[in-house]
Ligand binder design. Structure first.
Ligand code: NAD
Ligand code: TYD
Length: 356
């Protein structure tokens, strides 16, 4: 197996949730690699997430949009990247239902712009180059009560978000088959941990429980997700990037399925204990609301391939990961306050019609 050692790496979307964990890992692990974080700083991108490494010598932040082809060409010309890890995306399913166009633009058009730029910058000399597409398990569609998504499960996306990611994945593979662009992909299950924007279930629930606001559960709450600690995902991305086989896809998951209602109940119990509330108090905040349109029933990943071929396993038990996550949000009130002001308040009122 050839081990890829980057020298000039472009990470897109590095100011977001997963991206910021990945940037931190890579900047610390590869001190001799020049790492550029390209991010548009949408509502989901936040440079506060990277304060601890922003002065590192091998790190540069560049604000920009991946749909701007000329800007990308100039950036590649300036930095001569040998590799790209592409995470920039619109990532929230509910927003994709309300406004699909942003998802088409960033997730599909933006990915194609990056592919085109990499292709022309690397031209015929693709030796020692690598383009990594970070994707999601949602492209595989919805599972019934049994079964797992493998790397060969046919794509069956059902939301504008997952359809846009599926489309981008297909295009990444097309550039490999058609032009020989050296690509690698991974599809991961739901992540949780610090710096996740509080529109996603776990930070939203923590935030609302803390402030004694209703915790919205869609439909019957029996929807199931496979949760993975975000730092385990970042570690998996590093492995796939370094040792993954060109042209291949690796599924990443936590072997950790939870029904939404059980997960939120568990969070309520943890929060009662941490906030010194009487047991059962926070669970009274659970509020069943109108279901998400086209809501996928169950996601679950078969992560055997990455375990077998690259030796990756999740490191953290969910109980411990959730405790750490709750502790982080409770200790970082200012971060939560900063990201939940302004535009987010308008989104929240529109989405739930509930007080924030
Ligand atoms: P996020 O929404 O927290 O971050 C996305 C980042 O992309 C933000 O910093 C945003 O500013 C940036 N961005 C958006 N549009 C851009 C544009 N046009 N140009 C440049 N930057 C832009 O998302 P996340 O949860 O960290 O997800 C990162 C990636 O991982 C996405 O590609 C997502 O599909 C994938 N993924 C996420 C999960 C999950 O559970 N969150 C699971 C599997 C895969
Ligand atoms: P989410 O965090 O949006 O991730 P995804 O849709 O990408 O899986 O949602 C996780 C699960 O939680 C999903 O089944 C939808 C559900 N959910 C709620 O029940 N209430 C909420 O307010 C949110 C945001 C999600």
């Amino acid at each position: 197996m050839t081990h890829f050692l980057p020298q000039r790496l472009l990470i897109t979307g590095g100011a977001g949730f997963i991206g910021s964990h990945l940037v931190r890992l890579m900047v610390q692990k590869y001190p001799h690699c020049e790492i550029v974080n390209l991010d548009k700083l949408t509502y989901a991108g936040n440079l506060e997430n990277l304060r601890d490494i922003e002065d590192a010598e091998n790190y540069t932040f560049v604000k920009g949009d991946i749909t701007d082809a000329r800007f990308l060409d100039d950036l590649f010309y300036e930095y001569r990247f040998d590799s790209v890890i592409h995470l920039a995306a619109e990532s929230h399913v509910d927003r994709s239902i309300a406004n699909p166009m942003d998802f088409i633009m960033t997730n599909i058009v933006g990915t194609v712009c990056l592919l085109n730029t990499a292709r022309s910058a690397w031209h015929q000399a693709v030796e020692g180059k690598r383009f990594y597409q970070v994707s999601t398990d949602e492209v595989y569609g919805s599972l019934g009560d049994t079964g797992l998504f493998t790397e060969t499960t046919p794509y069956d996306p059902r939301s504008p978000y997952s359809a846009s990611k599926a489309s981008a994945d297909h295009l990444v593979r097309a550039y490999w088959h058609t032009y020989g662009l050296p690509v690698v992909l991974s599809n991961c299950s739901n992540n949780y941990g610090s710096y996740q924007f509080p529109e996603k279930l776990i930070p939203l629930a923590i935030h609302n429980i803390k402030h004694q606001k209703p915790v919205p559960i869609y439909g019957d709450g029996q929807y199931t997700r496979d949760w993975l600690w975000v730092e385990d995902h970042a570690r998996a991305i590093d492995l796939v990037f370094s040792d993954g086989k060109i042209g291949e896809t690796y599924n990443i998951g936590g072997h950790n399925e939870w029904r939404n209602i059980d997960l939120v109940q568990l969070l309520c119990n943890i929060m009662d204990r941490k906030l010194g509330r009487e047991a059962g108090t926070s669970a009274q905040l659970i509020t069943f609301v109108k279901d998400r349109a086209g809501h996928d029933r169950r996601y679950a990943i078969d992560a055997q391939k990455i375990g077998r071929e690259l030796g990756w396993q999740p490191s953290l038990q969910f109980a411990e990961g959730l405790e750490r996550t709750v502790d982080w949000y409770l200790a970082n009130d200012q971060w939560l306050h900063n990201v939940t002001s302004g535009d987010y308040l308008r989104y929240y009122a529109q989405q739930y019609g509930l007080p924030h």
